[in-house]
Design a binder for this molecule. Sequence first.
Ligand code: A3P
Length: 357
Amino acid sequence: MLFKQQALLRQKLFVLGSLAIGSVLYLVARVGTLDRLQPICPIENNRLPLPEPEQIPLRTLQFKRGLLHELRKGNATKEQIRLHHLVQQLPRAIIIGVRKGGTRALLEMLNLHPAVVKASQEIHFFDNDQNYARGIDWYREKMPFSFPHQITIEKSPAYFITEEVPERIFKMNSSIKLLIIVREPTTRAVSDYTQVLEGKERKNKTYHKFEKLAIDSNTCEVNTKYKAVRTSIYTKHLERWLKYFPVEQFHIVDGDRLISDPLPELQLVERFLNLPSRISQYNLYFNATRGFFCLRFNIVFNKCLAGSKGRIHPEVDPSVVTKLQKFFHPFNQKFYQITGRTFSWPRGASDSSTEIP
Ligand code: A3P
């Protein structure tokens, strides 16, 4: 009899214990998601009178979080959108490039911030004439729903190198914030090549070696007609942008450091966007299998970037690497000078005759 009672008691204690642990885990998981909903106003004059987070009942916040998720899937009703003041806002910051600089990683990592909402797809509004002809309302409709205090960010790396884009963006918003993420130019060019190579291989096509494309076989000099080389001449592209926007409207992100130590780079971006510092080391963890930092939104939800980010580059002849580094060196110097951000990118050789004074 006594034994039976003890067993019953143990059973009850077990059930109660499980319930308690479950509740604690649930609440911890919620902390991360709730944090994303705190009304932070990153850019002055756009603050709407949203209630303070403490005043919003827990259930409402949980519902809103779910609502944003439904909206992303296109499942929310018009009534819900109206009720919660959700809007599709034009971006107040754009990651304009550079292709293979780490644009996707930057966008995804900024999206960890509770005041940031990302446009998931590359919209190619400003660089594609057909899209541009559809007008600004088409562009706005491509944006995700967000709470009014949040800022929307999109990324389309082709913007950086496309002639017409600076003027078009200026016409939309002359005070927009522009983010450019760069990597050491030769590495970026090889990464660019690797992406194209993979595309060709997928279609069972053959492709030239990087060396053949990057070096003009007639002159043995760097082939400046090769797109992967041209894109890495950052200063040339930036100079076109500077005809429309002052340098203060740009922020340069170190794409190499975003790979090895992302948090300090993200904190610099938060400051540039006038956002309170919210992304923390908790949100970023190194995944040894992937060889990259991955994202942690909360205890239950984390993700790494797709496998197409972080490809293995082909070996490149060291003499070609040196030649490219030497070629890029004067352009890099100019880029440092203009932007005020210096990188220790290799100069390729001790010969200083190619330097721009
Ligand atoms: P590689 O594939 O050459 O390694 P983009 O998004 O502009 O196309 O840039 C792709 C690059 O982002 C990748 O180039 C990769 O090195 C870099 N990257 C930076 N942070 C990353 C991360 N956390 N996970 C995966 N790739 C990352």
